[in-house]
Design a protein. Structure first.
Length: 290
């Protein structure tokens, strides 16, 4: 019995020793893990990389190019023109002419046909590239102008084409001479007829101004010329969809005469008495307002 108890006690002591050994081993393992966790890992040093410096490149300069200087061109100076009351109304007229070459007036003088306060008209025979008659009416300080290829007719049945041109200065009514061929309107000019006129157009029983009649597109005037007289109408027809196209028509009155043809029968100037052919043959004997 005693021997058996000793064996049992010895067995329990051995088991207890084994448990204590395992517990000690586990405790040591835990301590080692904690120590490993708390110890920072050693940093591995990266190999130093040497940076290569770029070699500075000097900028290449473009060779200087010498600028070519254009020779100065002398500008042709036109004679100074005094400003008239008509102002900008003559801007187009002046822009088309070189007064250093053409004897045409610059718009600095009154007209010989201007008497008292009566407005006047002038018809100039003009042998340019094509023969025509320039019909001009004084309106607000300038001469409203139309080119009439066949000239005025005393027959009310005739409707003569009248192509509107630029406004002309008042003293153009006195011009008679030769315009150089290389200038605008180059050719021979004579004053074929001229004189006073009166306005016939009424609106609402009152006389309409010529400027208003012009804007409305119907002008009616009584001409007192040396060759033609009576009522004449200018109607803005716009034939061929051309804004410049008007019609010059003789009105039906006592002065109308289908048998009268002053354009072909009376060809002389009312200033010099010379024909357009006479002036063309003798350019040194040309009269003008200058």
């Amino acid at each position: 019995m005693a021997s058996t108890r000793q064996k049992a006690a010895s067995s329990q002591s051995a088991k207890r020793a084994t448990r204590d050994a395992k517990s000690s081993t586990a405790s040591k393992a835990t301590t080692v893990k904690r120590a490993a966790a708390d110890t920072p890992a050693p940093r591995t040093k990266k190999a130093a990389v040497t940076r290569t410096k770029k070699t500075a490149v000097a900028p290449t300069k473009k060779p200087a190019v010498a600028r070519t200087t254009k020779p100065a061109v002398a500008r042709s100076t036109k004679p100074a023109v005094a400003r008239t009351r008509s102002g900008d109304k003559l801007a187009v007229y002046r822009s088309k002419r070189d007064f250093g070459k053409t004897p045409e007036p610059q718009g600095t003088s009154p007209s010989r046909w201007k008497k008292n306060d009566n407005p006047f008209f002038v018809i100039q025979k003009h042998a340019a590239s094509r023969l025509h008659y320039d019909f001009r009416l004084e309106v607000d300080g300038v001469l409203k102008s139309w080119a009439v290829p066949k000239g005025p007719s005393m027959d009310p049945a005739d409707k003569r084409l009248a192509v509107e041109t630029e406004d002309h200065p008042m003293d153009y009514a006195d011009f008679e001479g030769i315009i150089p061929e290389d200038e605008y309107g180059g050719g021979t000019v004579i004053v074929w007829d001229a004189g006073p006129y009166r306005n016939l157009k009424e609106v609402g029983g009152k006389e309409a101004s010529l400027a208003d009649s012009y804007r409305r597109g119907t002008i009616e005037v009584w001409l007192e010329g040396k060759k033609i007289r009576g009522g004449f109408a200018l109607v803005h027809s716009r034939m061929g969809e051309n804004e410049k196209n008007w019609l010059l028509i003789k009105m039906k009155d006592k002065a109308a005469n289908p048998e009268d043809d002053p354009v072909s029968e009376r060809t002389e100037s009312v200033i010099s008495g010379r024909t357009i052919e006479d002036v063309a043959r003798s350019p040194k004997k040309v009269w003008s307002s200058k």
